[in-house]
Structure formats: C-alpha cells, structure tokens
Design a protein around this ligand. Sequence first.
Ligand code: NAD
Ligand code: MG
Length: 388
Amino acid sequence: MMRKVSILGATGSIGQNTIDLISRDPKAYDVVALTGGQNIAQLAKDAIDLNADVAVIADENLLPELRAALGDSSVEAAAGNQAICEAATRPADWVMSAIVGAAGLAPGLKALEQGAVLALANKESLVTAGPLILGTAKAHNARILPVDSEHSAVFQGLAGEDFDTVERIIITASGGAFRDWSLEDMAVATPAQASSHPNWNMGQRITIDSASMFNKALEVIETKEFFGCPHEMIEVLVHPESMVHALVGYNDGALMAHVGPADMRHAIGYALHWPLRRKLPVERLDLAKIGQLHFRDPDLVRYPALRLAHEVMQAGGLSGAVFNAAKERAMDGFIEGRIGFLEMAEVVEEVMARLDRRHINAEMTLDTVSKTDHLARQTADAVMAERH
Ligand code: NAD
Ligand code: MG
C-alpha cells in the first residue's frame, strides 16, 4: 500500500530533506501536494519528479510562472494562502508541516481536520496556538509527531515510559553563530553573520533565531505545549557539538539522552516511519573519535529570549502568539537593517509589555490568534519606528 503524503513548505530546508527521504523509496509514497513560498523552479521540478497531484505557490502573482514551469506535466498548479489550505485538506495519510513562521498554522490545522498524521517542524504553530492545534488533533483523532530535533529526541526518550516518573526535560542548544562572541560584538552583528550556523544547515530565519536563542525560546514553549509539562520542568543546556539533542530525567536519577548526528533527516525519518524505526541515510557517530562532548548553562544576559519564554509560559493564553509575531517582525527589522541584533529581544519585550491582558486572555480561536498576531506585528513596527 502506498502512503499518501503532502509536504507544506517543500522548497525549504526541512521540505527538501523530507523529499530526499521519500524519493529514495518512490514506490512507497503517493505524493498529493507540495507547497512552496517563491521558489518556482524547485517546486515544479520536485512536483514533476514525484508526480504530485498539485503544486501550490504562496505568492499569487507567480501562478502563471508556476503553470509554465509545470509545462505539459499532469501536475495541477495553484497559488495563494487559500490554495495552500485547500491543498492541506486533500486526503493524505501523512503531512509534513514545514512552512516557516506563523503562516504554517492554518494549513497545519486543515491537515489535522482531515485526520492526517501531522509531522510538525513548524514549531511556531505550537508556540502561537498550542491548545488550538492539540485540541484540533484530538477532535479529529489525528496525531502530531514532533520533527524539531530536540522534541523528536524527547519523544524517543519517553517511549515506553510513564510520564509521571519524569522529573525534567533538558533540551540542548548549540549556542548558534555568536556562541563565543562578546555582547559588544553581538550588538553590531550583521544579518549575514547571524545567518551562518556552526553545526546545522537550515533556513535563514531559524539560523538567525539560533544565534539569538529565540529558536531555543520557541522550543522551550513548544516543549511545554507538546508534552504538557510545567515550565519549571524544562531546562536548556548549551552543548556546542549538537550531538546530544535532548535528555529526559527520571525520578530514579536516570537521564535518557538522545545522541545522533546533526542531520534533520533523523527526526524527519523518525516521524515518517513511526511507530517503526527504519534505516536512515545519516552518518553513524564515532564517539571514540569525537572524544569529548561539552555542556554548560546558557547565559541569560546574552540570551534574554530564554527569560522571555518563561514569561510567556507563565502568562499563557495568547501570549505565545504575541511573542512569536513580535519576534518575526523584529527579525524582519534586523534583516532589513532597521534595528541591531540585540534590539530584537528588546522590541519583543516592549511589545509584550504593551499588549495588556485583555488581548492575552481572549478565547483562543484561529481568528483571535490571527488578530493578536496582526496587532503584535503592528506594535512591533511602532516600537521599531520610535527607536530609530
Ligand atoms: P526554510 O526557510 O528553509 O523553508 C520554509 C518553507 O516555507 C519554504 O518552502 C518557503 O517557501 C515556505 N514559506 C515561507 N514563507 C511562507 C509563507 N508566508 N506562506 C507559505 N509558505 C511559506 O525554513 P526551514 O529551515 O525548512 O524551517 C521550516 C520550519 O521547520 C520552521 O518552522 C523551522 O523553525 C522548523 N525547523 C527547521 C529546522 C531545520 O533544520 N531547518 C529544524 C527544526 C525545525
Ligand atoms: Mg530544534
């Protein structure tokens, strides 16, 4: 039996790694939908190679180009956010959610509503609307499998165990591009410097988020939402080698660590084959050759995003939507040269302070999440304009 699969965000780093895995075993998969943001050439090539039913590009202006690139193939072309959501409703057994940012939320919900297994790389959907996405999964008997490497590692570390015996969950952080930089140097860091990661090859936005540890902040919230544990249970450990991805601490003092190469095909493959474990084309680590692994506590002064994550978890409600949207907008500001690297956290903190409890405590629906997201982006723009 062929499994029907769709990939949202197929042209990105996670999407391409997913395609790498499924194209190694073409007889096993029937590709339904592939979506992309702007990269027509990649999207059309993959859709033709994998014989997808439909290829969707987010930018509506690019529809004629997409049609042209698909030529006389049998792949249907579509464009726009609505079309991405429509593609996510097409019956599939397994859907990869790998759009970057809050834009991944609505199509992910559509995939859950049709009962598909949702392989969730898009951490922003759990951060902005955790209860909504988990509630939708429950209501439609759909399963969410984590694809973020740390969360896949925790998920594997919990397999067969009783969650009540878990004392702590430790996720590791490489420290990103500026791990050994002084605060003075970080203050004047350029987008190009923030966009290169020492260990992982990822999309630009998550790479910048790794340098500021906003990525780890999102992941701490993602951990709380996905595993349903109190925020006090979650720890972040800086581990420059990125080989231990997470550890689960049990009440007998045991730590179950997940160790593997810094290759996202591991976590993607685990979600693709779950509940089975299948052979994957990733490096086998030679620990004797590696010799040493290092661990240290994160510096909260250099990484205020981690402190803000705990504020978000304590505030609850729609504060995750505010945090994520303000962060996305502040990053736009940094990439466009409007604010400095360290100002991203200051802008986010200011937006969180300005949006009072009235916004945070509204009932969580896709509509209130979108409105809050919009308001937080506007507020972030205002804060950035006042500063410069
Ligand atoms: P990427 O930038 O490489 O790719 C993002 C994909 O989303 C592309 O296909 C892009 O065209 C599409 N896209 C961007 N904006 C869009 C929009 N507004 N509407 C529709 N589509 C849009 O990003 P990535 O590194 O592959 O990350 C994807 C997701 O996976 C993110 O949520 C990220 O945090 C998460 N993640 C990535 C990695 C990694 O190793 N790259 C690891 C863990 C988690
Ligand atoms: Mg991660």
